[in-house]
Design a protein around this ligand. Structure first.
Ligand code: HGY
Ligand code: MN
Ligand code: MN
Length: 419
């Protein structure tokens, strides 16, 4: 059931300026820019710090209060004290990422604060932009460490010793990133929020195919992430007989083939991906002694996740023999369902702004999946071309970016105006 928003809230939506938002998006896309048009702005990297510094400079120009917490989550607040209406997403990107995944939500949130200034509204509750740390998990597995620790789903301490792909610990990278912003307030981890709304590109083809600009997201599927390490014995490629080899790549390949069997699904609902593989010593004429690979397994039904995930270790052990293998879970989340009152609010805001809208579940995970365990949360999707994401060619139009920001601004205003 969609809600009807008050006139002031719709007015804030209409105060969003497409050109201003687009100019900020393109300015931010210069940081970590790749030659192929994408961005590489991985969590807690130099590029991430540069992006944060640019956003902080814009916030300072507007007179907003800026703060950071021990997980390096960044907060930009408009309005006074009290439980805020939180709006935002993440600033980090995939190593070969696009110019919109995550950062679009952060800059749509910034545009919302400015639109509130332009509409000259004072709200009952503060409205606070949040940029969550390390949503992608590309550099530091698992993803969403900022929102997970803010929501109290897991302790920040449980992530601090995670070593990034470049050998740096999360502890050191967090310290470097927080220390790079000495002149902003420090705040403790966690806290209360009245609600959280996250705008994001759909990263799928549905909105574009339907010719719609907005989705009110209903749910996010659950996931399990693993790191598998297969240990064999190095040897000379030319002199070692095939009989008796403990070839770690062959073991890893047998395990992946066996896992494909496990994940077979005629309804094509299961999502199973091996995205990263590392080989040691990685020499053409040496039998590999060690191979590690990642598993990303997702499904909207927790029972299916549990049932199939419970078989992974046994299947890997059998398939990798005579090599040995370890399977370590690096992230897990149950499916999340967003509350009807926020799904209806997003729908109502889109309708009030004369934007085509539908309800849609999310295949991708987002910070909102974890934030929803601490406060009522909702998500707004906008289309992206051919549903492409996690790729340099990721693209959403200025019109669609502005449409999503209008819905966000109207929802944030409605939530912040109500008593
Ligand atoms: O992997 C995901 O679902 C998210 O886009 N990081
Ligand atoms: Mn994202
Ligand atoms: Mn992503």
């Amino acid at each position: 059931m969609s809600s009807t928003l008050c006139e002031n809230a719709i007015a804030v939506g209409r105060a969003v300026q497409e050109d201003r938002l687009w100019s900020n998006l393109m300015e931010m896309a210069k940081i970590g820019a790749r030659d192929d048009g994408g961005v590489n702005r991985q969590a807690l990297s130099l590029e991430d710090r540069e992006a944060r510094a640019l956003l902080i400079s814009w916030a300072r120009e507007r007179g907003y209060a800026v703060a950071v917490d021990p997980a390096a989550n960044l907060f930009i607040r408009r309005g006074g004290d009290g439980d805020p209406v939180l709006i935002g997403s993440h600033m980090d990107s995939q190593p070969a990422g696009g110019r919109f995944d995550g950062i679009y939500g952060v800059l749509a949130a910034f545009e919302t604060l400015v639109a509130m200034d332009d509409a000259n509204i004072s709200t009952q509750r503060p409205v606070e932009l949040v940029a969550w740390t390390n949503e992608e998990g590309g550099r530091f597995a698992a993803g969403c460490t900022g929102s997970i620790s803010w929501a109290g789903v897991k302790s920040l301490d449980s992530f601090l010793d995670v070593v990034g792909a470049d050998g740096v610990t999360m502890r050191d990278a967090l310290e470097e990133t927080i220390d790079a912003t000495p002149d902003i307030d420090r705040r403790t981890l966690g806290g209360a929020a009245h609600a959280y709304v996250e705008p994001h590109i759909e990263q799928g083809p549905v909105l574009e195919a339907r010719g719609l600009q907005i989705a009110a997201v209903t749910s996010i599927q659950g996931l399990r992430w693993y790191r598998v390490e297969v240990t064999g014995e190095a040897g000379h490629a030319g002199t070692s007989p095939m009989e008796g080899r403990k070839d770690a790549i062959q073991g890893a390949l047998r395990a992946i083939v066996a896992l494909n069997e496990l994940m077979l699904d005629p309804t094509d609902t299961v999502r199973f991906t091996v995205g990263r593989m590392e080989i040691e010593p990685n020499s053409p004429n040496t039998i590999p002694s060690k191979v590690s690979f990642t598993i990303d397994f997702r499904h909207p039904d927790e029972a299916v996740l549990e049932e199939r995930a419970g078989q992974i270790a046994k299947i890997v052990a059998a398939a990798t023999t005579p090599c040995s293998a370890t399977v370590t879970q690096t992230s897990a989340s149950k499916p999340g369902v967003f509350p009807e009152h926020l799904v209806g609010l997003i729908e109502g805001a889109a309708q009030g702004l004369d934007l085509g809208v539908m309800r849609l579940p999310s295949g991708a995970f987002h910070d909102a999946l974890f934030v929803s365990q601490a406060c009522p949360s909702g998500m707004i999707f906008i289309p992206c071309v051919k549903g492409i994401s996690h790729h340099p060619s990721e693209y959403s139009s200025p019109e669609d970016c502005a449409a999503g920001a209008r819905v966000l601004a109207a929802c944030a205003a409605q939530l912040a105006l109500e008593g």
